[in-house]
Design a binder for this molecule. Structure first.
Ligand code: PEP
Ligand code: MG
Length: 752
């Protein structure tokens, strides 16, 4: 049912129509803005209406006014945060005052002649969630603006923002920070090295309102309400499992979004928008812009997360209105994927797009998305403040994953320099790849086995070109993260057979499912946990959901088809867990025999060392396991009590430190003769790998892209000298291991 239309809505519609005519008037931008402020002041019965726009230096310039002195236009500039205009800009929220001159933020500017005005109403001008200016009305009398006035002025502000950001107006408004069009450099933290060119592909793209005013507001309201209905029933179907989840939004988030979609205030704001004459998309855009502007200012993490959920909600509604479901379908050319943050499952969804790099506003270098980026050889930079507000789809970008710089809308001259660096880097890759057939051993003959980490079929092509001796860690959970439903035994077995075939007889260590933490499969329900990395994940999950683990073991045995098989369990925290998992594997072997299937000629069962408790039981577990592999990503997060996914702490503590290295030395020594490798990301960094070799580790598994540089380092090392040096460092106090080892490398001609 479409509700009745109030008096203010009629005014607002009339005003919007009038403003639209002015927008299309054939005159320069200044004249049109002058006419607009006059018209707004008249319709809103205000003595003053002024437009302030933000300049590139952050100051607010008076650009048009009705009521203040005309000479102040383009002369009055308020410093960022100055005066009541600054207050609106800082809070990105409307401010309504009946006694403005006595407000502590009131700033008197004689040139504007504004002393006689008592009341003030200011609303932010927003474009794509960025503050671009402030629209103000003032009255001589002390009056309290009605809620309807505030809403009308917000709608007008949305329309004005559209107007000032059209290209013809922007050409005439030089020096204002309206839409990012100029070259800009943003800096962040390097998560994966490399150099790339590409065009911005926004993970959650803005869906631009193609028109602004609705020809028939009643029909528009009906369209909005029907989209809202579809949105809610669609979410309900997803949650009851009657529809397949598209995209990688976890079920808990969908639940929150459904709740938010039922919020009456949100609906009211949207309906008010269309009632005032704007189209449904523009109403969503208006509300979304307000959410985003608030998100940019929110300090509280909880609030920021809720606002992210709101944004997801707005996006979903826009998709219902426009029918656009998938942003990357049809994207042409090399894409730099741009997102606030991204999970491994979401990243894997881009397998059909030619990605050249990834930029994130948040993120952490030891997250699984970063691990995937490194495995795919994609440069990745994270923690880039303000990234999303500085970019639009298709903006050209150079990503320098060595310095952490991203050059947005770059100068073509810069491209020449980077073009030659890219060529040099490619030549460097070819050069280190040429080492692939050379045996990996130190100058004094110590063999160091180099293996690669994998998780996708497409990783396997690097087995040959990297020269890896095998797969030291196959992350089987990636298949689960890429699926909309639980992969059946057949599908699992098929993937593992393919891996066996592609490995060409080289050993592959299959790690059983390590779900949980930041690896959430969308089809499995998971209670929200305060500390998911220490929660119900990996083998804990497998032992509680034995059917899932047993089916996986069955699939592995079937795929091995009699060939040697290596199975490894993740996040074992107690020996009894390893025993229980091993027993399940034994039952599956018995079952396979009973079914007359071939069983592996050689079945090796190993465990990851990721929990300090098991590192502390290393001697005992070594007697039971055929091999061990240290997952430094997890082990060190627990060792230092520093969450690997938290941008604030993930790189605060260094493996190149006495506590971490002596701990790892203890683990190696206690393992005695049981083969032990390192498969955390540290093994793929030359300086860290140097330290690990010095501790005695001689099996390193890493992203394929790191293999060449690590091998080059190994070929230049004298092992005995290195071992003695590392031991001498461990015996000293107050040592900067990183500096010392760098110095050692330099003095001994070690290539890093
Ligand atoms: C590790 O924790 O070091 C590891 C290799 O496992 P993942 O990174 O998959 O947690
Ligand atoms: Mg791990």
């Amino acid at each position: 049912m479409v509700a009745s239309v109030s008096g203010h809505q009629v005014t607002s519609r009339r005003l919007l129509k009038g403003l639209r005519e002015l927008m299309n008037e054939i005159s320069d931008a200044q004249t049109r803005m002058n006419h607009m402020v006059t018209q707004i002041a008249n319709e809103m019965v205000a003595d003053v209406c002024s437009i302030y726009l933000r300049r590139n230096d952050g100051s607010m310039e008076l650009c048009a006014t009705e009521g203040l002195k005309p000479e102040a236009v383009h002369n009055t500039r308020l410093k960022p945060s100055e005066g009541l205009v600054g207050l609106v800009a800082d809070g990105v929220e409307p401010i309504s005052l009946s006694d403005a001159p006595h407000h502590k933020r009131f700033s008197y500017r004689a040139e504007t002649g504004e002393d006689p005005y008592m009341s003030f109403l200011g609303v932010p001008l927003l474009k794509g969630g960025r503050l671009i200016g402030v629209l103000v009305v003032q009255n001589r009398a002390a009056k309290s603006y009605h809620e309807d006035d505030i809403e009308s002025l917000q709608t007008i502000a949305t329309m004005l923002s559209e107007f000032v950001s059209t290209s013809s107006v922007m050409e005439q408004l030089q020096g204002f920070d309206i839409k990012p069009t100029q070259p800009e450099t943003l800096n962040g933290k390097v998560f994966a090295k490399g150099l790339a060119f590409g065009k911005a592909l926004l993970h959650a793209p803005e869906i631009e309102a193609t028109r602004f005013l609705a020809d028939d507001p009643e029909a528009e309201e009906a369209r909005l309400l029907s989209a809202l209905k579809d949105l809610r029933s669609g979410l309900e179907l997803l949650l009851t499992g009657e529809a397949q989840v598209q995209g990688a939004v976890p079920l808990e988030v969908l639940e929150v979004i459904l709740l938010l979609s039922q919020d009456r205030n949100w609906e009211k704001r949207l309906v008010e928008g269309v009632k005032s004459g704007i189209c449904a998309e523009a109403a969503v855009e208006q509300v979304r812009s307000e959410h985003r502007a608030k998100m940019a200012n929110a300090k509280d993490n909880y609030l920021r997360d809720r606002l992210q959920d709101l944004e997801e909600l707005d996006n979903r509604l826009l998709r219902h209105l426009s029918g656009v479901i998938n942003s990357h379908v049809g994207f042409d050319g090399e894409a730099v994927l741009v997102a606030r943050d991204i999970g491994p499952a979401e990243l894997l969804e881009y397998s059909g797009v030619k990605l050249s790099a990834i930029l994130l506003e948040k993120g952490s270098s030891s997250s699984h998305a970063a691990i995937i980026a490194r495995a795919m050889g994609l440069p990745m930079i994270g923690q880039m403040r303000g990234l999303l507000s500085r970019l639009q789809t298709n903006d050209p970008i150079i990503v320098d994953g060595n310095t952490g710089n991203a050059y947005l809308r770059y100068d073509p001259k810069l491209a020449e320099g980077f073009g030659s660096r890219l060529t040099a880097m490619r030549a460097e890759t070819v050069r280190v790849q040429a080492l692939r057939n050379i045996e990996s051993k130190t100058k004094d003959g110590k063999r160091i086995h180099l293996l690669m980490n994998a998780g996708l079929v497409l990783d396997m092509e690097h087995l040959a070109d990297s020269g890896a001796e095998g797969i030291g860690l196959f992350r089987t959970e990636f298949q689960f993260l890429m699926s909309n439903s639980l992969p059946r035994v057949d599908a699992q077995a098929e993937l593992y057979s393919q891996i066996f075939e592609l490995s060409g007889g080289k050993p592959v260590t299959f790690r059983t499912l390590d779900l949980g933490g930041d690896k959430i499969a969308r089809f499995l329900s998971h209670d929200k946990e305060e500390n998911p990395a220490m929660g119900w994940r990996a083998l804990r999950f497998g032992l509680d959901r034995q059917a899932i683990l047993r089916y996986q073991l069955r699939a592995l045995l079937r795929a091995a088809d009699g060939r040697p098989l290596r199975v490894m369990f993740p996040l074992v925290s107690e020996i009894s867990e390893f025993d229980a998992a091993k027993a399940l594997l034994g039952q599956e072997v018995d079952w396979a025999k009973k079914m007359g299937r071939k069983v592996p000629q050689n079945l090796e069962i190993g465990t990851m060392i990721e929990a300090p408790s098991i590192a502390w039981s290393i001697n005992e577990i070594s007697k039971k396991a055929d091999f061990l592999s240290v997952g430094t990503n997890d082990l060190l997060q627990f060792f230092f009590a520093a969450d690997r996914s938290s941008p604030k702490v993930n790189d605060r503590y260094d493996i190149m430190s006495k506590p971490a290295l002596s701990f790892l030395k203890y683990v190696k020594t206690q393992a005695e003769t049981t083969p032990i490798s390192i498969c955390g990301e540290h093994a793929g960094r030359p300086l860290e790998a140097l330290a690990l070799i010095g501790l005695g580790y001689d099996r390193l598994s890493m992203p394929a892209t790191s293999l060449g540089i690590v091998k080059e380092m190994i070929l230049s090392v004298n092992f005995e000298k290195l071992r003695d040096f590392v031991n001498s460092l461990l015996a000293r106090e107050n040592v900067d291991f990183r500096q010392e080892l760098l110095g050692f490398a330099q003095d001994n001609g070690i290539i890093l």
